[in-house]
Design a binder for this molecule. Structure first.
Ligand code: NAD
Length: 232
């Protein structure tokens, strides 16, 4: 299947060492045109330039807060005027926090859900009709092993709950959209070597987490990127 006439939208691909950027590169290497949506507008534009130069595909980077439907609408209007029709959506933008449940505030709880769950909803709700209309689509969610085993990595209860929410979202959506040629999948990585923990997973805490990983080390962003590219 050729994807050179299609665009993959990857949210949260602005961060330098993130899963999103690695995924945008892997998808571009497979022939997809790329649209990056990130809160970090400079990062989004930077990765788009990098991708167009390195892979010879079309790429656009737009500043966007996925939690805000109006921001998503504005960003995707730019995307649709700049690159070929969207064929894939990677709901990668996400935030985490290790705050223990007895210390978590409603604001923090809401924020974790807003980015991970509402953000995925805003982007997917806006793009799914076009995928269905064109009879082809690939949607991938970034859940986490935290959702399946109830933490034990870095994120606290809010993160596990939000990532579990994404799993249910993806499973139910797969049932609805599958008959229209749109597949929906989730990947649930363990600890991956990115900057999402903001330097807060160090020392004994890091050792404890790694002791529970069969290969004894963090995963690499490129490994997850290859899996997402396969699913697309
Ligand atoms: P990262 O912090 O490197 O990148 C996250 C990106 O999301 C950043 O570029 C950030 O600017 C963007 N972002 C945050 N809030 C946003 C918003 N409101 N609107 C638009 N963009 C926003 O993180 P990462 O480690 O690459 O994680 C990517 C995804 O994978 C996340 O959903 C994360 O929960 C998930 N995940 C990560 C790990 C891990 O160990 N790193 C494990 C399992 C799942």
């Amino acid at each position: 299947m050729s994807v050179s006439d299609k665009t993959a939208v990857v949210t949260g691909a602005g961060s330098k060492r993130g899963i999103g950027r690695a995924t945008a590169h892997a998808l571009a290497a497979a022939g997809w045109n790329i649209a990056v949506l990130d809160l970090d507008e400079a990062g989004a534009k930077d990765v788009a330039t990098e991708i167009a130069e390195q892979h010879g595909v079309q790429a656009v980077g737009v500043g966007c807060d996925v939690t805000d439907a109006a921001s998503v609408e504005a960003a995707l209007a730019v995307v649709e005027s700049a690159v070929p029709p969207v064929g894939a959506v990677v709901n990668n933008a996400g935030i985490t926090s290790p705050t223990p449940f007895l210390e978590v505030t409603s604001e923090e709880w809401e924020r974790i859900f807003a980015v991970n769950v509402r953000g995925s909803y805003n982007v997917t709700r806006r793009l799914a009709p076009g995928l269905v209309e064109r009879g082809f689509g690939r949607i991938v969610f970034l859940s986490s092993v935290s959702a399946e085993r109830g933490g034990g990595v870095f994120g606290g209860v809010a993160y596990s709950a939000a990532k579990a929410g994404q799993l249910g979202f993806a499973r139910a959506l797969a049932r609805e959209l599958g008959p229209n040629g749109v597949t929906v999948n989730s990947v649930a990585p363990g600890l991956i070597d990115t900057d999402i923990t903001a330097g807060k997973l160090v020392g004994e805490k890091e050792k404890q987490v790694l002791a529970g990983v069969p290969v004894g080390r963090k995963g690499r962003a490129a490994d997850v990127a290859d899996l997402i590219t396969y699913l697309c």
